[in-house]
Design a protein around this ligand. Structure first.
Ligand code: FMN
Length: 187
C-alpha cells in the first residue's frame, strides 16, 4: 500500500483537498498535515469543520508544529507528498527551503530525498515572484499542478470540475482512478 502525505494550506480550493481525502484515504496509507489557515478556508468555502471532518476518515493527522512526528525526518519513507491546495506563501517557503512548520519541512524532505511532490498551486493572477518560485520548485523536481480544471470532459457540475483536478493528481501518484475517463478512451 502506498504511503501518501497530504498537505492542506489556506489557499482557495478546499474542495480539492476534501475530494482527494474522500477518494484516496481508503486506497492508501494517508497522512495529513494542515496549516493554521486551512480550517478557516474550509469553513468559509465549504462550511466544514476540518478537524471534525477528518476524524470521519481513515487519515493520520499530524500537528503543524509536531517535529517529533516521523514525517519530520527523511529517514522515514513515503511515496509522495501532495500539497492541495497550495498557497503562494507555502510555495514561497518551499522554494527557499524554509522548513518552519511540519508542512514545509516535509516539502524540504521531498526535495532533498528526491521524492515525488505535487503542489496544486492556487492564485490568480500570478505575480513574477509566484512564477519564479514555481520555476525554482519545478527545476528541483517538484511538480507544479495549477488548480485549473480542463473542460474537455464536458463538466455539468462544480463537482465534475473538482474531479478533473483530483483525478489528474491521482494519476500523477501512479494510482488508478475512476473519476474521469481518459480522453478518447473506450472504457
Ligand atoms: C477564503 C480565503 C481564500 C484564500 N485564497 C488564497 C489563494 O487562492 N491563494 C493564496 O496564495 N492565498 C490565499 N489566501 C490567503 C492565505 O490563506 C494566506 O496567505 C495564508 O498566510 C497562507 O498560509 P498557509 O500557506 O500557511 O496556509 C486565502 C485566504 C482566505 C481566508
Amino acid at each position: 500500500m502506498k504511503k501518501i502525505i497530504v498537505g492542506v494550506t489556506g489557499a482557495s480550493g478546499a474542495c480539492y483537498a476534501k475530494r482527494l481525502v474522500e477518494v484516496l484515504s481508503t486506497q492508501v496509507e494517508m497522512h495529513l498535515v494542515h496549516s493554521r489557515t486551512a480550517p478557516l478556508v474550509f469553513h468559509e468555502e465549504l462550511g466544514v469543520n476540518l478537524s471534525g471532518w477528518l476524524k470521519e476518515h481513515k487519515v493520520k493527522v499530524h500537528g503543524i508544529s509536531d517535529f517529533l512526528s516521523p514525517l519530520a525526518s527523511g529517514s522515514n519513507q513515503f511515496d509522495a507528498y501532495v500539497l492541495i491546495p497550495c498557497s503562494m506563501k507555502t510555495l514561497s517557503q518551499v522554494a527557499h527551503g524554509v522548513g518552519e512548520t511540519l508542512l514545509t519541512r516535509i516539502a524540504d524532505i521531498a526535495l532533498k530525498e528526491r521524492r515525488k511532490m505535487i503542489m496544486v498551486a492556487r492564485e490568480a493572477p500570478y505575480s513574477t515572484v509566484h512564477l519564479e518560485n514555481m520555476l525554482r520548485i519545478s527545476q528541483m523536481g517538484g511538480i507544479i499542478f495549477p488548480a485549473s480544471p480542463g473542460f474537455y470532459h464536458r463538466p455539468q457540475t462544480v463537482e465534475d470540475l473538482v474531479d478533473f483536478v483530483v483525478s489528474r493528481v491521482i494519476q500523477l501518484l501512479g494510482l488508478p482512478q475512476e473519476l474521469i475517463k481518459p480522453w478518447m478512451s473506450e472504457n
